[in-house]
Write a protein that binds this ligand. Structure first.
Ligand code: AMP
Ligand code: MG
Length: 359
């Protein structure tokens, strides 16, 4: 055989090898990414005093169920550690020892408190986790008939205990100390987002490729749906239509999440009315009264749930102008709806989000 013929044979052989290698890579890819078999599994339960829905994508019923159960168990565990209302929670132990001495807490409790203090710093105190004594006074957890507007004097008295700079952390010893007797931490503005983060952590550790954890309005997701699309999350209309025909009638706009979190803070979540005025559960730490920033709903998209949760509560207090400026300075996205149903959005959502009342 001459050199030319040999060369052609070699070329043909190496082409065969390349084709064989490429087709085996394709086979492996098809097998490993076997999206055809993937299904969506979803369960809803009550945890942290609210509705929690966990959705996972898996090709195995058993794996999906185990991961969902692990997610719920983690949310319960975190909820028990930082529950303001439980006499047995670590948070209550810290509050009870205010002015007396430091309390040793778990890594998770310490972590949530440190994240809450950081959020207070970045929002200039609009988010304030030492708001506890004021929240207690307003009694938002009580029955509607037992709620009333507290006197200005009692609000001023409670406000004296609100100072997040007096929360002393000893990270090495995992200890927390509230300097003044009467101070109380309330992590209600950040706990659900943090819980969603922790649930995602355990679900991911179970080898699940995509999941969405929704603790009421605090939602964290990762990965894609089996159809290759991101997770769709509706932003609720803060003034629900009385004549709604389907749940979609209550959606202002839809947002699409992959490896992100979204939280919504709204004045419709917990409130009571007295003399025709709405008193809601997001308190301006400067006044001790429900925030009058004119925001009625704030949705924030962030890389993690504790950020979207804490920041949405803080931005609610700041209002549309300062709120959008803060979000943009932090590189976050968000939507703020005000009392006139005008919607303000961050620059990054322009052209992506369409909704009524957009400014
Ligand atoms: P969210 O629904 O996440 O906006 O949180 C609201 C909850 O956070 C309230 O029920 C209170 O427990 C707590 N809270 C209210 N006002 C504030 C505030 N200004 N800063 C931090 N937490 C707050
Ligand atoms: Mg919040």
């Amino acid at each position: 055989m001459n050199n030319k013929a040999q060369g052609i044979r070699h070329k043909a052989q190496s082409e065969k090898i390349i084709i064989a290698v490429l087709s085996s890579i394709l086979c492996i890819l098809l097998l490993s990414g076997c999206t055809k078999e993937d299904k969506v599994f979803k369960k809803t339960r009550t945890e942290m005093f609210t509705t929690v829905t966990i959705t996972v994508v898996s090709d195995s019923d058993k794996k999906a169920e185990e991961a969902i159960d692990a997610g719920f168990a983690e949310i319960r565990r975190i909820g028990e550690l930082i529950n303001y209302f439980s006499p047995d929670s670590e948070l209550t132990a810290v509050n009870r020892s205010a002015g007396k001495g430091p309390v040793k807490v778990s890594r998770e409790t310490l972590d949530t408190i440190m994240k809450a203090i950081h959020t207070a710093d970045v929002t200039g105190g609009a988010f304030n986790p030492t708001i506890g004594p004021v929240i207690k006074l307003w009694g938002f957890s009580k029955k509607e008939s037992e709620r009333f507007v507290p006197s200005r004097d009692s609000v001023s008295a409670a406000l004296r205990f609100v100072d997040y700079k007096k929360v002393k952390i000893n990270e090495a010893a995992s200890e927390v100390y509230l300097e003044d007797a009467g101070m109380e931490l309330d992590l209600g503005g950040i706990a659900k987002g943090y819980g969603a983060d922790k649930a995602i952590e355990v679900i991911r550790a179970k080898g699940i490729k995509a999941a969405l954890v929704a603790i009421a309005g605090d939602i964290r997701g990762y990965g894609m749906r089996p159809d290759g699309q991101p997770w769709r999350v509706g932003v609720q209309n803060p003034r629900s239509k009385a004549d709604k025909k389907s749940p979609d009638d209550d959606i202002l706009t839809a947002l699409y999440l992959t490896d992100q979190a979204i939280s919504t803070s709204g004045d419709y979540e917990r409130f009571f009315t007295e003399d025709g005025k709405r008193y809601h559960h997001i308190i301006d730490p400067k006044t001790g009264f429900p925030s009058e920033s004119q925001a009625i709903s704030v949705s924030v998209i962030a890389p993690e749930g504790y950020i979207s949760d804490g920041i949405s509560t803080g931005v609610f207090v700041l209002g549309s102008q300062k709120g959008i400026a803060l979000l943009e300075s932090m590189g976050l996205e968000g939507i703020i709806v005000d009392a006139d149903m005008k919607a303000y959005i961050t620059k990054g959502l322009k052209g992506i989000v369409e909704m009524p009342g957009m400014q």
